[in-house]
Design a protein around this ligand. Structure first.
Ligand code: SF4
Length: 376
């Protein structure tokens, strides 16, 4: 089996560990055993193998939070980024603590939309379009419905909950947008944040023309024309925006029978040039469904692609971008940080706990529960 080697400094095909890394792994395993069912380690698909090997559960951010809420573990160590730990804290009970091994592990996309910017945009778009806030709208008025991607701060989920809006994931975005349009009224619109690409790709898949979409860039003059169906926040994922149509063309030239699957956080032209697109779970299923011997180029984070390649020895799975590096913030979860929080937990400390204020949890829970109530 071959694999395109990323040209950044890290060799993802080399999963051997040196003596120091082995000592860290052994000590983590020992502490896990000592803490038993009180401890649950969650690993996002984009984490490196040296983290995933310790994870009790592997999945995408929402699935992991849901599973954590169903567990009896007192201490939940979330190997992912900050917004994921926040979602887990919202969904878990007061008796459970969510711990992020490295508090600097944020998400560059989530950081592109701050609450004050969204509040400013909200007021201006309502003014410019004459649409109503669903929280105060009178019967029959057309509304602007806020929809936030799971990859956003808890404060933005709370904003959505307080303004008649909702949360979406990359796997349910079209169903959620349909829910929003059903409530917006015939002339209503959606404000979608923070990922413009997921919003645009979902809108196009639902038949919304591009000239009925507008982009809102915080800090700039924005003029939202009448009749717009979706206002897209100018945010993006720094990993997924690196994939291009030229990379797809190059792959097809080398592998005319190969297939391309990408994440919907990629730009529209990349999604349209691919054979398929979907969430991390969709990509996993798509790869697993291919005939033996198939060459598959995957447009998502390199750790997940390398793992898919290792899991499917009968397939040739490679990253669409041959020089792609991992998500730099996911990569901040080093095994040494995991060991550090476990040692401190075992000493009776509560390190790096992520706590979402109760006042923020109320609206965020409403927005998340609205999402859960929608059957896809
Ligand atoms: S892959 Fe993109 S969206 Fe996911 S955590 Fe990294 S920067 Fe954020």
């Amino acid at each position: 089996m071959t694999m395109s080697l990323p040209m950044c400094a890290i060799d993802f095909t080399n999963d051997t560990m040196g003596p120091e890394e082995e000592a860290i792994a052994d000590r983590i395993a020992q502490l896990k055993k000592e803490m038993g069912e009180d401890l649950l380690i969650l690993g996002h698909h984009y984490q490196r193998d040296q983290i995933v090997m310790h994870a009790d559960l592997l999945g995408d951010s929402f699935l992991l939070s849901e599973l954590a809420a169903k567990s009896n573990a007192k201490n939940i160590v979330f190997c992912g980024v900050h917004f994921m730990a926040e979602s887990a804290d919202i969904l878990t009970s007061d008796e459970q603590r969510v711990i992020l091994p490295n508090m600097r592990a944020g998400c560059s996309m989530a950081d592109m939309a701050a609450l004050f910017e969204v509040e400013t945009a909200w007021e201006q778009i309502l003014d410019q379009t004459g649409l109503s806030d669903p929280a105060t709208a009178k019967k029959g008025e057309s509304c602007l419905i806020p929809v936030t991607y799971m990859n956003s701060a808890a404060e933005l989920k709370d904003f959505c909950g307080r303004h008649g809006g909702i949360v979406c994931t990359s796997s349910n975005a079209s169903g959620i947008l349909q829910w929003a349009y059903d409530r917006a009224g015939p002339n209503g619109a959606v404000l979608f944040f923070p990922d413009q690409h997921l919003g645009r790709n979902t809108g196009v898949s639902m038949g919304i023309p591009l000239d009925k979409m507008a982009v809102w860039t915080p800090g700039e003059e924005n003029d939202i024309p009448n009749g717009v169906k979706i206002v897209l926040w100018h945010g993006f994922c720094s990993v997924h925006k690196r994939f291009t149509v030229a990379q797809i063309d190059a792959f097809r030239e080398e592998h005319p029978n190969g297939v391309v699957v990408v994440h919907p956080e990629c730009p529209l032209e990349v999604v349209q040039a691919a054979d398929a697109n979907g969430s991390t779970e969709y990509i996993r299923r798509f790869v697993a469904s291919q005939e033996p011997g198939t060459h598959i180029a995957v447009g998502t984070e390199i750790n997940m692609v390398a793992r898919l390649n290792a899991q499917h020895e009968d397939l040739e799975v490679q990253c669409l971008e041959p020089t792609v590096c991992p998500c730099s913030t996911m990569y901040m979860i080093h095994p040494a940080y995991v060991l550090d929080v476990l040692e401190r937990l075992s000493d009776g400390e509560i390190p790096n706990q992520v706590v979402v204020e109760k006042s923020v949890q109320i609206g965020a829970k409403i927005a998340l529960e609205r999402m859960l109530s929608i059957k896809q």
